[in-house]
Ligand binder design. Structure first.
Ligand code: KIV
Length: 303
């Protein structure tokens, strides 16, 4: 596929939200200026557009799509092609936020060269402006930055390590584990990562890393002291079907809203209350008269 042409839709900026494009250097500058970074996941055109127009700084096409969109048990089975497909749709919707594609399990676990080749696919084929990588993959991070691809690292509870961790468990709870996380975050920053997602780590560990790191930390289940926060959109709006984790705050119940709208529609169809005459197309007067005359003539002929 040749060079991309993103975004694809029209742009409006309701609510007076600034339209200046968010870039990776801009996120680092936000940290320097003490401005907090808002981030959410999105997986399709409609939701990405709403998230962007609401002024969110960074949109992650997370591999959590495996669970919240594709209904799978964990994130492991989602493929490069599925991630590319969704990232392309998100990129078409987004004008301001930084669009980050999550590299799926298996796409960077072989050689560094394979990881770089797959990351290049995200940039070329889907318009991603950065990739996210789970774990302390320092050599790969350096190679991606060499290849001009901004990197968001992801430490702590890394869902692609679910089998090694023995479940989704808070990480970095002992002093040793906290020091290890800190060392990994420093190594990734030195290798050129632009930001680090800290997931499922104690508030104190995240705060210590945030205070020392020159690049922003984006927390999820990591307390309020990070440089920014990220949540899965479906958790935020009540569209996930599992009990929310402790760190999730539900801001809306879109599930109830959609269910009620759909039930209302079904009832209207069953009672011929939808569509109404105003929701129907009509024959022009002359065509209607001609049709009636023809039907009348046919009835007379039969009689
Ligand atoms: O896949 C995802 O949604 C994520 C975020 C939770 C950070 O990795």
């Amino acid at each position: 596929m040749s060079g991309t042409n993103f975004p694809c839709g029209s742009f409006s900026s309701p609510n007076g939200i600034p339209t200046t494009k968010v870039t990776m250097p801009a996120l680092i500058e936000m940290k320097r200026q003490g401005k907090l970074i808002s981030s959410l996941t999105a997986y399709d055109y409609a939701t990405a557009r709403l998230v962007d127009e609401a002024g969110i700084d960074m949109i992650l096409v997370g591999d959590s799509l495996a669970m919240v969109v594709l209904g799978q048990e964990n994130t492991l089975a989602v493929t490069m092609d599925e991630m590319l497909h969704h990232t392309r749709a998100v990129r078409c919707a987004v004008h301001r936020a930084l669009v980050v594609a999550d590299m799926p399990f298996g796409s960077y676990h072989g050689t560094v060269a394979e990881g770089v080749a797959n990351a290049i696919r995200f940039v070329k084929e889907s318009g991603a402006e950065a990739v996210k990588i789970e774990g302390p993959r320092v050599e790969l991070t350096r190679a991606l930055v060499e290849a001009e691809i901004p990197v968001v690292s992801h430490l702590g509870l890394t869902p692609q390590s679910v089998h090694r961790m023995g479940g989704f468990r808070v990480q970095g709870r002992s002093m040793d584990a906290a020091l290890q996380l800190k060392a990994a975050a420093h190594a990734l920053a030195e290798a050129g990562a632009g930001a680090v997602v800290l997931e499922g780590v104690p508030r104190e560990t995240a705060a210590a890393i945030t205070a020392e790191l020159p690049i922003p930390t984006i927390g999820i289940g990591a307390g309020p002291d990070c440089d920014g926060q990220i949540l899965v959109l479906h958790d935020l709006v009540g569209l996930s079907f599992t009990p929310p984790a402790k760190f999730v705050r539900r801001y809306a119940d879109a599930g109830a809203l959609i269910r009620s709208a759909v039930e209302h529609y079904r009832e209207d169809v069953e009672h011929r209350a939808f569509p109404a005459d105003e929701e129907s197309y009509h024959l022009p007067e002359a065509a209607l008269k001609a049709l009636e005359a023809q039907e009348h003539a046919a009835t007379l002929r039969k009689a």
